[in-house]
Design a protein. Structure first.
Length: 397
């Protein structure tokens, strides 16, 4: 009998999407579901971006350059300069979403069996990218008690082996919202110098920092050839469906290797590159409004959560996610129960169990990730559902 590959068997299910069938069933029963499980913003994609695609005029929808349209990459140079990152367009490779940038980075820099250290909880799909690349994820645990700050450097050093080739960070972080400070970034810099490691930096949420500035890995001096930046327009411009990202590095050997993977998949999406290019021309104050909106949502959801009996949620400094600790026995069971067995006046809330954001088995069983991507009215209603649900959940502890 034919069998699937071990890679296929080991590929983890998405904790963000695996409960979708239960949400769909709830909707068929007439239950309204508030989606706080996924980082899909409800803020409108800027009209100028959509118009650039609508009004594009060409007779043949051709392949783009495997590295992405040169005009777009040159525009991105201007964008990166605006956030203090000095690169040229030949140091940028456009990818099919930030996901492909992460995948290409892992495949270009690590061999099968090599190890990448990632502070946990981390973006769940890192596990999937690692499985696809044959790379082993080594988690270093950050804790909810201190808001998921960078774990002690000694904890990293304990995990470094001859197979360790990279450290992967995300700041502002998905799923915690934590922003690494300048001091923490310099600690990582010293570590990658000491052990000659790559530093992968996922900066998808750069624009959404509420009280402090983001320190990019590309701001660090002395490790230019070790930094691999992964980026995307998805969250920045509320354009998740465009599937346009970028891999940015000053390491020419990495660029050459990534280019071969880029050529093998031919080219990134053409229409979305047009959208991405138009986005660079948005007014300089474009992010002021969106950032203020997300901050108001954050303030509301954190306030509501911490007023619930038995709930603790640290205040995230950026992105639009938070991880909350609930008085429950099992987050996976609880999140499914919310969709199968609970409703408040015909409504319920969908959350992502935090277990899928940890690489260490058994961690996150009392935690959930919430994406505050809905308007204030809907967040309040979702929190009403959650508050009521916790009080009657059979597995409450």
């Amino acid at each position: 009998m034919l069998s699937i590959s071990s890679r296929g068997q080991n590929m983890p299910a998405s904790p963000i999407r695996k409960l979708v069938p239960f949400a769909e069933a709830a909707k068929k029963r007439g239950t309204k579901v508030y989606h706080l499980n996924i980082g899909q913003p409800d803020i409108e994609t800027p009209k100028a971006i959509l118009d650039a695609v609508r009004h594009s005029d060409f007779k043949v929808l051709e392949y783009s350059h495997s590295a992405g349209n040169e005009s777009y990459r040159k525009k991105l140079v201007q964008y990166y300069q605006s956030v203090g990152i000095e690169v040229n367009h030949q140091q940028i490779i456009i990818t099919t979403g930030g996901s492909e940038a992460i995948q290409f980075g892992l495949m270009a820099c690590l061999d099968a069996g090599d190890e990448v250290i990632i502070p946990e909880p981390f973006y769940a799909n890192y596990n999937g990218f690692a499985v696809a690349a044959g790379v082993n994820v080594v988690p270093i645990t950050a804790t909810i008690e201190n808001g998921f700050a960078l774990p002690p450097i000694a904890a990293f050093e304990e995990k470094i082996t001859a197979k360790t080739k990279a450290i992967l960070i995300c700041s502002p972080n998905n799923p915690t919202g934590y922003i690494y400070s300048k001091e923490e970034m310099n600690q990582l810099k010293a570590l990658v110098i000491k052990y000659n490691l790559f530093l992968f930096s996922d900066e998808a949420y750069r624009e959404f920092c509420y009280e402090e500035e983001q320190v990019s890995a590309m701001h660090l001096t002395g490790i230019e050839n070790q930094v691999i930046l992964m980026d995307t327009i998805s969250k920045r411009y509320s354009a998740c469906g465009g599937r346009i990202g970028a891999l940015v590095t000053k390491n020419q050997a990495v660029l050459d290797a990534v280019m071969k993977f880029a050529q093998a998949r031919l080219s990134p999406p053409s229409f979305a590159q047009i959208a991405g290019e138009a986005a660079i021309d948005l007014p300089a104050n474009y992010f002021d409004t969106t950032k203020a909106e997300y901050k108001s949502r954050r303030d509301l959801i954190i306030d509501r959560l911490n007023k619930m009996e038995g709930v603790f949620c640290p205040n995230p400094g950026g992105a639009f996610y938070a991880i909350a600790q609930l008085p429950i026995d099992d987050a996976d069971k609880f999140c499914q129960w919310l969709l199968e067995d609970f409703s408040l006046e015909g409504e319920t809330v969908m959350l992502a169990p935090a277990t899928g954001f940890y690489g260490t088995a058994g961690f996150g069983k009392k935690e959930v990730r919430l994406a505050y991507v809905l308007n204030l009215t809907d967040i309040n209603k979702a929190m009403d559902c959650l508050d009521a649900a916790i009080k009657v959940y059979p597995g409450r502890i």
